[in-house]
Design a protein around this ligand. Sequence first.
Ligand code: NAP
Length: 283
Amino acid sequence: MRHGENEQDAPSWSKRGAVAVDAADRSIVRPVALVTGAARRVGRAVAECLAARGFTIALHYFRSRQAAGELAEQLRSRYGVEVAPIGADLTVAEAGEELVARVGERFGRVDLVVTCASQWESVPLERADGAALERAWRTNVLASYVPARACGLRMVSQDEGGCIVLIGDWAIARPYRDYAPYLVAKGAIPTLTRVLAVELAARNPKVRVNAILPGPVLLPEATGQAEAETVRRSTLVKAIGSPADVADLVVYFYEHPFVTGAVVPVDGGRSVYCPDEAPGSVG
Ligand SMILES: NC(=O)c1ccc[n+]([C@@H]2O[C@H](COP(=O)([O-])OP(=O)(O)OC[C@H]3O[C@@H](n4cnc5c(N)ncnc54)[C@H](OP(=O)(O)O)[C@@H]3O)[C@@H](O)[C@H]2O)c1
């Protein structure tokens, strides 16, 4: 079943999960998921998908405080799960450490972390100087590295280990124009995935790290119809994906203990296909 089709009938959230086996049993400790950038867009879909499966959610936001609060309320009333919105500017390393510390203080554990926080900024090469690269590095690498590493070290001390899912971008394989700093930074995500997979497994083999490289799963709100159509045609499957495609793979990674160090595009074939028509920069 795909997320969003019939969540109320979803099977128990954890086939092989860390702690609980029955989402209806409140005496059982539920697994805790930290989702960064969870107030809106893809992160929001991931948080909702996990809440529908009975996870306790640490719902990170940066600027979208109100949206985070409203989503938390929705998830609590719809799925009966505990949700804690926590704000942090993840370009600041100390704030990322503090975020994970707060999750630990509040819930005592973390079983899954999904790093959706990111900034997709268009900068023509003429203006893509060191400062632009540093900015992109902070929002796309540091903002993932710090919470993932801190959660990973915490997972090492848990008997059940844990699962880390980093979010990259398909376009590191075939860059489009005007996003040099963003794409260079996103290029670090597969390496970060493999480094953490090796480092953390050496400390506890039950800690796993994987990455998802989305393609066009949710276009910017301002995207026009013609541009969206060009993006659609630029995939092999002739479709624009959905945030649920990403959320479903997060669940797969969580539930499959033999999968670690994997970097998986969810891009409709975008990364292996070079359409005749230039697709522009969207998606
Ligand atoms: N959407 C797509 O089709 C697509 C395609 C390829 C790759 N991806 C990747 O998939 C992930 C999610 O995509 P998305 O489109 O949902 O991302 P997005 O809307 O660009 O950003 C997600 C969230 O990142 C948070 N964020 C920005 N700066 C931050 C900071 N300094 N500290 C902490 N959080 C910060 C924002 O939270 P607030 O709103 O709370 O400020 C924002 O809502 C990203 O890694 C993106 O690169 C998406």
